[in-house]
Design a protein around this ligand. Sequence first.
Ligand code: GLN
Length: 277
Amino acid sequence: MPDKTVGEALREAAERLSASSDTARLDAEVLMAHALATSRSSLLLNRMRDPVPEIFAALVDRRMEHEPVAYITGSQEFFGLPLAVGPDVLIPRGDSEVLVEAALAARPAARKVLDCGTGSGALLLAVLANLPDARGVGIDSSPGALAVAQGNAAALGLGNRACMIPADWHVPGWTAALDGPFDLILANPPYVETTVRLERSVAAYEPASALYSGELGLDDYRALIPQLPAILAPGGAALVEIGHEQAEAVAAIGASCGLSSRLHRDLGYRPRVLEFS
Ligand code: GLN
């Protein structure tokens, strides 16, 4: 009996994966492209009659256990950039691209950028890739995340303009190590209510420390936002991602320390980013 082709294996895998994923066919294609070390478009155009690589079945098994595709392949595209990701970092979401767009539009001449809770480095690196004269610092309290962010900066040729530093805004004096003030401050802090049950692929695999922030999901905003005016350059802007029901509460935290805010919405037209100045 001839070996199964890629096309046949994709059909079977998509059917199996539909039990545990809403994006079963897409997942199967991304995993197959990864197994063949090719792009998804080249897979679909040129490789459908190839024999199936042996590793493919094991990748599908991992996805059956709800592991995110990005952790299985070790990469996620964000704002057109290929980023390495792993269990130490939140997988960059498409909705966070709104923050990058808003930052680039708000301060197109920014020279110094700070990313608070940089994780994979996604926000900082996307902004720096589009502002050739800017330099930036990414901070994170997780050493594992800083290693991932540093690796991404180097892989994207941004290592000479991006510096990743351990710091935690819950610890007094954390800004001392930073060479502020900054024209642009970016932040996608944890903001999920601790009572929320996230879907299994998120809850079982992504770092809880990057997601949960107290009963109302506001603890990190309360700790971080009041410290921003001291490190924001005159005329600078701070862009902070929010949960779609948190706009009012987070704007109020900013207002209480003299920051005015402007709301930006995500691809589903939900509130997603507050721009403070
Ligand atoms: N948008 C993320 C999620 O719920 C939450 C990100 C965060 O807490 N910063 O999947």
